[in-house]
Write a protein that binds this ligand. Structure first.
Ligand code: TEU
Length: 581
């Protein structure tokens, strides 16, 4: 669109490398596998590929624990493979961004090995070390903070007799951004290294957590049954965070014209988000804000996996909040409903009770996403309606460090009800659901890896009926709908990518309707988007029909194709179950 950078209207696609495509039969996805499927992504309409971490790592947190930023984890391939990926993508006019994980490293990173070797090592201050507190002669961590994966944020180091800070697993010590040498090393060693190789930008992990409050005090006790308390205010959006991000931009992102999308959790107030993404602030191009995708979860620094049911109206008003917060500002937003940290959208917001409802609801979710303002991100498998792992699978199929942390915590509590609720929550919300192998076809192992191989996570029981091969040639498939919907999004970019968003009838608990208008007003066009998010036939309320202003509405698209078309002509629009128009 005139005067706008490419990444605003680009469709981004997240690849989780371990589970996308395995080329050599070791059960792990890899870069040659990804390269072999670039044509598939191009055909889908992808402009930018975001590859989750591929760097050397002991894989305690699936590569979000990097032990060497300049080496590729061997099962994923080599630096040459990255060069080929970049070449093949660029040749097709596509771009590639990598994951930048610099809040913490692996404890096996050379920097941390040095840091923990002695209190006088020059890199001691590159991580956050504190002495113990002694209460009645008993050793305690410096603060009472709870980590994201359950348990404390501090681990004792016998050798140097101090604790180090880790917001995530003990294997993921936090870097000390207060130390300027450490920041310079991050810019050089991790960022410039990849940009010089031709990478187009970064998805920046945990971007709001680099500046910790420096007083290191206890958080108020909110969970009397636990020694570890939720304390995001100690490390999220801290005192120097905007200085750090601005520096990162001035030093690296800006000069390289690298696109950036930061992960911004625990930041539910638009006033806190705007400074990161305001164009004038020159920090980040965009961020992920998680209010919508986290619907149904408990406090992520507490009972995250105790499921919290929510009404549709909540999903609607949160969508509106995170659509409209940028209106009238120079900031930019994103649209996404899946990633590697959340369960599958169709299982959470759609209906998988029958094959028919599965197809319909996956398409309606697609229509919702492609009509939202901001840069659109799709997660691998979303485009074929991949679902959560079967509910019959036991806890042994869950491989994620976070799932095992929360499960172990529930078991340790000795409270059977809590164990039961946690297992239930995990079956709906665990990060594992989006991490199982991608379903390419109906051959053994779903075409993800060789027939006789052992995939690193179990392949979904449904892969014979739910796979790319089956949907590719079928005009009525979810995949075909995504392709045409992504084209539609760009044909009407002034409404869908750049438009304003206005919710209609916020209280209706089955119909989700909104109006998109050309923000610059030039075209005078508008679109009324109506999604029946229920398994019942629905009639449009007066507010929705009024939103059509008495004009002769033209049906641009129905998720039900011709059938939807026939009904609207009757004058009294009836929406069939899980239909979107
Ligand atoms: O996630 C950071 C994070 O705070 C959450 O968004 C994450 O969903 C987690 O589940 C919180 O409970 C990023 C990565 O996306 C995630 O995969 C990593 O585990 C994490 O950082 C640590 O590097």
């Amino acid at each position: 669109w005139a005067g706008e950078p490419y990444w605003k209207e680009a469709t981004f696609y997240q690849v989780y490398p371990a589970s996308f495509k395995d080329s050599n039969g070791d059960g792990w996805g890899d870069l040659p596998g990804l390269i072999s499927e670039i044509d598939y992504l191009e055909e889908l309409g992808v402009d930018v590929i975001w590859v989750s971490p591929i760097f050397e790592s002991p894989q305690k947190d699936m590569g979000y624990d990097v032990s060497d930023y300049q080496k590729i984890y061997e099962p994923y391939g080599s630096l040459e493979n990255v060069d080929t990926l970049l070449r093949e993508a660029h040749r097709r006019g596509m771009k590639v961004i990598l994951d930048l994980v610099v809040n913490h490293t692996s404890q096996e990173h050379e920097w941390f090995r040095e840091s923990r070797s002695s209190k006088t090592n020059p890199k001691r201050d590159w991580y956050i070390w504190k002495p113990a507190r002694y209460i009645d002669g008993v050793r305690h961590p410096p603060t009472n903070w709870r980590s994201y994966f359950a348990g404390p944020t501090w681990t004792w180091d016998e050798h140097t007799q101090e604790y180090y800070l880790h917001l995530y697993a003990p294997d993921q010590p936090d870097l000390n951004w207060e130390n300027e040498d450490c920041r310079r090393a991050i810019y050089d060693n991790t960022m410039r290294f990849w940009l010089d190789r031709g990478v187009d930008g970064f998805r920046i992990d945990t971007v709001n957590k680099y500046s910790k409050r420096q007083d290191f005090i206890d958080a108020p006790v909110t969970d009397a049954n636990s020694p570890h308390q939720s304390a995001p205010e100690m490390w999220c959006n801290g005192p120097r965070i905007h200085e750090f991000i601005r520096e990162m931009n001035d030093e690296v992102l800006g000069p390289y014209r690298a696109v950036s999308v930061g992960e911004l959790s625990n930041t539910p107030n638009p006033e806190q988000v705007i400074p990161y993404v305001s164009a004038a602030a020159r920090e980040l191009d965009m961020v992920f804000e998680f209010s919508v995708i986290r619907l149904g979860t408990g406090n992520i620094l507490g009972p995250k996996y105790i499921y919290q049911p929510f009404p549709l109206s909540r999903l609607k008003t949160l969508t509106e909040k995170w659509q409209s917060f940028v209106e009238g500002t120079d900031a930019w937003t994103t649209a996404f409903i899946e990633n590697h940290d959340n369960a599958r959208a169709v299982s959470r917001f759609g209906d998988t009770s029958t094959p028919e409802m599965w197809v319909r609801s996956a398409k309606t979710i697609a229509l919702w996403q492609v009509t939202l303002t901001g840069t659109l991100f799709i997660y691998q498998g979303q485009e074929i309606g991949m679902t959560n792992m079967p509910s019959s699978w036991g806890i042994e199929e869950y491989k994620d460090v976070e799932s095992s942390g929360f499960y172990a915590e529930a078991v340790a509590s000795g409270d059977e009800e809590r164990v039961r609720k946690t297992l239930h929550g995990l079956s709906l919300l665990a990060r594992d659901h989006s991490r199982i192998p991608f379903q390419w076809d109906d051959s053994p192992n779903a075409g993800f890896t060789a027939a006789g191989a052992t995939p690193w996570m179990r392949v979904h029981d449904d892969y014979r009926s739910l796979n790319v091969a089956r949907q590719r040639g079928d005009p009525a498939s979810i995949l075909s709908f995504y392709k045409s919907a992504l084209r539609l999004r760009k044909q009407h970019r002034e409404l869908f990518v750049f438009g304003t968003f206005k919710l209609v009838d916020p209280e209706d608990e089955s119909i989700f309707a909104y109006v998109k208008r050309d923000a610059r007003g030039g075209s005078g066009k508008k679109a009324v988007v109506v999604l029946n998010m229920s398994g019942e036939e629905g009639r449009l309320g007066p507010d929705v029909t009024a939103a059509m202003d008495g004009d002769e509405p033209r049906l641009l698209v129905s998720t039900r194709g011709k059938e939807g078309d026939a009904k609207i002509k009757g004058g009294k629009p009836v929406m069939s179950a899980w239909e979107g128009r």
